[in-house]
Design a protein around this ligand. Structure first.
Ligand SMILES: Cc1cc2nc3c(=O)[nH]c(=O)nc-3n(C[C@H](O)[C@H](O)[C@H](O)COP(=O)(O)OP(=O)(O)OC[C@H]3O[C@@H](n4cnc5c(N)ncnc54)[C@H](O)[C@@H]3O)c2cc1C
Length: 453
């Protein structure tokens, strides 16, 4: 440890450090782990030193970006947490519309830097999420219909391998590694830099929420489903089934009641966005709408208050090529029995450019998926664990017959290791080969693990 200390530029924490509990905490309070060492890296040399220390000491290795992964793999009991959150610089090159992003950056930091130049990378919908974990699993959000998955915008990645070698991977250089990083998770090395292409967006978008009473959900969702796939990919609308939060634009009598929400984001012409949102409003009689032009960076933070760190969370996910009547009926039956005020089911719409990329082009290969469902059970006290988890599992099982191939590894819990091969469809064998090349001893196994053997 003293040798590591002598060469380490960042911070090394053990359980006696005053900030140990704060730094080890993950987004999901269900994962409560106590690493022997937290190596808060300041630079690439620190990553190399931390990996060498872990190898020499035989410590299990967890890698942390922004600590949002539901499976809680960003930490480990008695091992080393390689914490990259202090490496969070974002550099935008407007001459090439490319962005260099350090692995500890959050989506909020990336959006702020790119939107200052009217650019954006297609990422997720919550600003505190980490770019590293999100990208390595695939990544999608409001802009994915138009620009593809986050991995589709990745142009290069710098990787510290488990042996401490630094390699740069692109379509041309180390192409197998580059392919695997685009969806294969944290299996292949520690990424010290992501290079993305960014696209002109906003800075203003037309966005907001349309809230329908739950009784209208079935009719609204059928109309939504039939219509939304006909819209241009600049338009996006996701479905959220939950209890209404106390939002200021909703009458108090609506707060806490079950609702079906359409969350809208149009990154094209603002007037066109207003027209499209009006069509959605016409699918029923909303109990409230809050829509209008707003900075894209503001919309990217709209859901943050519902997704704060420290709650207990359990997720289940399926992909769907479409939302059939039968599937909607089943999902709504379960949504009717939401086990708590913070639990929700969402259907994220990704149909568009994501579907135009060949299945084998990137490790994330569910290229026929048009919707990704996340059953998001969320609650505060351990006493509610069984009830909330059982509900999420039951909904997952009941909707399984309607699901399409693959699964989004970033929405899978730590118990879903057995689902990894299915998640990657026909890309799994190639991922295994890349794993054999870059991490034959599976030192990096705290992830949705692709075993080398
Ligand atoms: C509130 C919330 C909202 C979300 N919204 C979306 C969304 O809209 N769209 C979407 O696609 N996903 C979304 N997600 C899922 C998200 O993509 C994953 O949770 C993702 O893993 C988070 O990345 P992170 O860096 O914060 O995670 P961490 O927990 O820090 O890391 C996750 C894993 O990634 C690997 N890893 C992290 N950094 C590195 C690195 N530098 N090198 C190698 N491996 C590394 C490790 O295996 C680690 O266990 C959301 C998650 C949350 C909690």
């Amino acid at each position: 440890m003293s040798q590591l200390r002598s060469q380490f530029a960042g911070e090394l924490l053990q359980s006696d450090a005053p900030n140990y509990d704060e730094v080890r905490a993950l987004w999901n309070a269900m994962a409560d782990k106590r690493p022997a060492v937290i190596a808060r890296c300041a630079n690439e040399a620190d990553i190399q030193a931390a990996l060498a220390f872990a190898r020499d000491e035989g410590l299990e290795i967890a890698i942390r970006g922004a600590g949002h992964n539901i499976a809680g793999n960003a930490s480990v009991d008695d091992g080393i947490m390689i914490d990259l959150s202090a490496m969070n610089a974002v550099e935008v090159d407007t001459s090439t519309n490319t962005v260099r992003v350090q692995p500890g950056a959050t989506l909020g930091q990336l959006d702020a830097a790119t939107q200052a130049h009217g650019l954006a990378v297609p990422v997720g919908i919550n600003s505190t999420t980490g770019i590293a974990g999100l990208t390595l699993g695939g990544g999608f959000g409001w802009l994915s219909r138009r620009f593809g998955m986050t991995v589709d915008a990745l142009r290069g990645a710098q990787v510290v391998t488990v042996d401490g070698e630094v390699v740069y991977a692109t379509e041309q250089d180390n192409p197998d590694l580059f392919w695997a990083l685009r969806g294969g998770g944290g299996n292949f090395g520690v990424i010290s830099r992501f290079d993305f292409e960014a696209y002109p967006v906003g800075p203003e978008v037309f966005a907001g929420l349309i809230v329908f009473p739950f009784e209208q959900a079935e009719s609204v969702l059928r109309q939504y489903r039939d219509w939304v796939l006909t819209t241009d990919t600049t338009f996006n609308a996701w479905v959220v089934l939950r209890h209404a939060p106390p939002l200021p634009f909703l009458d108090e009598s609506v707060h806490g009641t079950k609702v079906a929400v359409l969350a809208v984001c149009h990154s094209g012409d603002v007037a066109e966005g207003a027209k499209l949102a009006a069509t959605l409003e016409g699918f029923g009689t909303p109990v409230g709408s809050h829509l209008g032009p707003m900075p894209f960076v503001d919309w990217q933070q709209a859901f943050d208050p519902l997704l704060t760190a420290g709650a207990r969370n359990y997720w289940k996910t399926h992909n769907f090529t479409g939302l059939s009547d039968e599937m909607l009926t089943v999902a709504l039956d379960y949504a009717e029995q939401l086990p708590g005020p913070e639990c929700e089911v969402f259907f994220g719409l990704i149909a568009g450019v994501t579907n135009q990329v060949p299945t084998q082009a990137t490790a994330w290969g569910a290229r026929d998926a048009r919707f990704v469902m996340n059953v998001h059970a969320r609650w505060q006290s351990a006493a509610e664990d069984a009830r909330c988890i059982d509900w999420a599992r039951a909904l997952f099982r009941a909707t399984a017959p309607y699901a399409s191939a693959g699964a989004y590894v970033n929405f899978m819990t730590e118990e879903e290791g057995g689902r990894v091969e299915d998640a990657y469809l026909g890309n799994f064998e190639r991922l295994k080969q890349v794993k054999q090349q870059y991490d034959p001893n599976n030192l990096l196994h705290l992830n949705q693990n692709i075993r080398p053997d």
